[in-house]
Design a protein around this ligand. Structure first.
Ligand code: SF4
Ligand code: SF4
Ligand code: SF4
Length: 210
């Protein structure tokens, strides 16, 4: 091979390597930015995490929450947990309701200690953390004989049909989580694993994920 050809070939290989490196760096930077902004696992404007009462405006909440942990520390029912990193960097360590641990009686203490008003003052009569939904592990739906959530709901948001299966009134439900906390279906079905209870509080979806 002539010296000129060798020189050209070397230059072409060098140029292609540097272009590959540029592509790699720009795509890596993109991923880092996406992670940083929380786009992975956390689309803006769509509430997918259950926040403590007063934190239901997800965009406003995320803009103000400084992850100080005061709400979690003060909650007397221990219903507030921390969001894991899997929900995106922006969400990581923000407070999230965990109804396997406790329930909310709307005592207002978390709002009072929040230093940034990420949790805004709420009206006890109208606030909604989420809405309870039956799942396919509900004992009453599968076998009958369980009416615990119906008995536990002090807001009369659960009634029973003619076969004593629960029916949830979404207008009356405020997402307090008592029903999910006491649901025994997880215990009865624990031999197959999983954590889904027969009734669970889910976020109120206002806008579809695009
Ligand atoms: S209102 Fe009270 S019970 Fe409910 S999450 Fe806040 S501190 Fe806990
Ligand atoms: S007290 Fe307020 S700022 Fe602190 S973690 Fe709770 S919601 Fe966020
Ligand atoms: S979350 Fe359950 S217990 Fe609480 S109001 Fe809704 S249906 Fe009733």
């Amino acid at each position: 091979m002539k010296q000129n050809e060798l020189y050209t070939e070397k230059n072409t290989t060098k140029a292609s390597k540097s272009s590959q490196r540029r592509q790699f760096l720009s795509s890596s930077a993109g991923i880092v930015v996406m992670l940083g902004l929380g786009f992975v696992g956390a689309q803006s404007k769509t509430q997918k995490l259950l926040r403590p009462p007063g934190g239901q405006n997800e965009d406003a909440f995320r803009a103000k929450c400084i992850k100080c942990d005061r709400c979690r520390s003060v909650c007397h029912t221990s219903v507030i947990g921390v969001t894991p990193i899997e929900e995106g960097f922006i969400n990581a360590r923000t407070p999230v309701m965990k109804f396997h641990l406790g329930f909310c009686d709307f005592c207002n203490q978390c709002v009072e200690v929040c230093p940034t008003q990420a949790l805004e003052p709420f009206d006890k009569q109208t606030v909604k953390i989420g809405i309870a939904t039956l799942t396919d592990t509900c004992i009453a739906l599968n076998y009958g004989g369980c009416t615990l959530c119906f008995e536990a709901c002090e807001y009369k948001a659960i009634s029973l049909d003619d076969q004593k299966r629960p029916i949830i009134d979404a207008d009356k439900c405020n997402g307090c989580g008592v029903c999910e906390k006491i649901c025994p279906s997880l215990v009865l079905r624990s031999y197959i694993g999983g954590t889904l209870r027969g009734i669970e509080v889910r976020p109120i979806v206002k806008e579809a994920i695009v």
